[in-house]
Design a protein around this ligand. Structure first.
Ligand code: NAI
Length: 377
């Protein structure tokens, strides 16, 4: 099967998420890294792109230059990844979708709900795929959890509880470090800090496993360091459309918690538990029965869990291979086999609506608000 051409915007030398995309996209042989505008400094980006094997004429200094250079090539990129800082996602994603490219955009997909709705409309109109990198949903055991919920293994879901709380911004002496400070600066990060950064992964995961959508929420935001304008800690209560009760805690000052992303789903006849720091295990307790560890790689798993797993039982497959699973689903979708686990622009839009609703709720002392984007009400 011919490889697909892949281009990258952002994710330059020293970036946090760039290496995970390259490891992920190239892991299964679906894509070739053909083009890139990798850095906000044009020369640095061109040099780095060539060091990764990108041909000099496709090592661009700027994303607009890349759009002009790629759009009329016979071997143009099939897929473009947007891994730049948040405020640039909308313009880049919109421009590439309108030019007929498939796009994988980092989260958050946009800064406003209106922009999110526009991306959903453009993707529908253009017939191109716009995916959002909710990569945790692509861990094999998360696909297994969703399949078990769908199969009724825990009955109707009553309660979902999720945390994405780490302590990496808890050091007051490091608060002015530029790599930390921007995340709490509204001029750069937008209306929300920690909830928009990490909380939306947890909220997406709750919707994903429960196969349902967030309808209403109530939020309490706190900036625990006096120098911070935006929240570094949030507690969000929510309801899914079928009545499931949701609880979410996200924090960046929870010293001692490392990655700190976990989820528990409690149904009428059982419960499930998963933690990103032990991603190979899904913990299942049937009502009245013993707690079981369901292990990635064992027999009897759902098709997605089998399809998206590469190495034998008990060997770890970590974060870059979860990202690789997003690229596998994308490659299949581009080649004509849509995968229903792939997070699309609609999920990016729902997150943005939840972020803005949570901000409104927090300002109104936790009032319950509609969390749905206007176009889905
Ligand atoms: P970073 O600051 O470490 O790296 C950003 C990169 O983008 C740098 O190489 C920079 O030179 C480049 N860049 C900036 N503006 C550019 C432009 N106009 N054109 C081309 N390149 C440009 O940021 P980080 O942490 O890698 O985050 C990037 C995005 O990825 C953010 O939206 C973030 O929310 C998201 N992210 C997602 C994660 C996930 O789990 N899905 C995890 C970490 C980040």
């Amino acid at each position: 099967m011919a490889k697909l051409n892949w281009g990258m915007i952002g994710g330059g030398l020293g970036s946090q998420i760039g290496p995970a995309h390259r490891l992920g996209a190239l892991a299964d042989g679906h894509f070739t890294l053909a083009a890139g505008a990798l850095d906000h400094r044009p020369d640095v980006g061109r040099d780095y792109a060539q060091s990764l094997g990108i041909a000099p004429d496709r090592a661009y200094g700027d994303w607009r230059e890349m759009l002009m250079g790629e759009r009329n090539r016979p071997d143009r990129c099939d897929l473009v990844t947007v891994a730049t800082p948040n405020a640039t996602h909308f313009d880049i994603t919109k421009a590439f979708l309108e030019a007929g490219f498939h796009v994988l955009c980092e989260k958050p997909m946009t800064m406003t709900v209106e922009e999110g709705e526009e991306i959903v409309r453009i993707a529908a109109r253009s017939g191109r795929i716009c995916a959002v990198n909710y990569c945790y949903s692509a861990y094999p055991m998360i696909r297994q959890a969703r399949a078990m919920v769908r199969a009724g293994d825990i009955g109707a879901v009553r309660l979902v509880v999720t945390n994405f709380s780490h302590g990496h911004h808890g050091d007051a002496a490091d608060a002015e470090n530029p790599r930390v400070r921007w995340r709490y600066d509204p001029a750069v990060a937008g209306v929300s800090g920690q909830f928009a950064d990490c909380g939306i992964h947890a909220l997406h995961m709750a919707s994903f496993i429960c196969d349902d959508q967030v309808e209403t929420l109530s939020a309490d935001f706190a900036s625990t360091l006096p120098s911070r304008t935006l929240e570094d800690d949030a507690m969000v209560n929510f309801r899914l459309s079928r009545g499931t009760v949701g609880r979410l805690w996200t924090s960046s000052v929870a010293i001692g918690r490392q990655h700190g992303f976990d989820i528990q789903v409690f149904g009428e006849t059982g419960g499930l538990r998963w933690a990103s720091e032990q991603p190979n295990q899904l913990i299942y307790t049937p009502l009245g029965g013993r707690t079981q560890i369901i292990e990635k790689g064992e027999s009897g798993l759902c098709d997605d869990a089998k399809r998206l797993s590469r190495v034998a039982i008990a060997h770890p497959e970590g974060f870059p291979l979860a990202v690789a699973n997003i690229y596998c689903d994308l490659a299949d979708a581009i080649r004509g086999t849509p995968r229903d686990g792939l997070p699309l622009a609609e999920a990016g839009l729902r997150s943005m609506a939840a972020v803005h609703s949570a901000v409104a709720s927090a300002r109104a002392k936790g009032a319950w608000v509609d969390a749905r984007p206007p176009m889905f009400r």
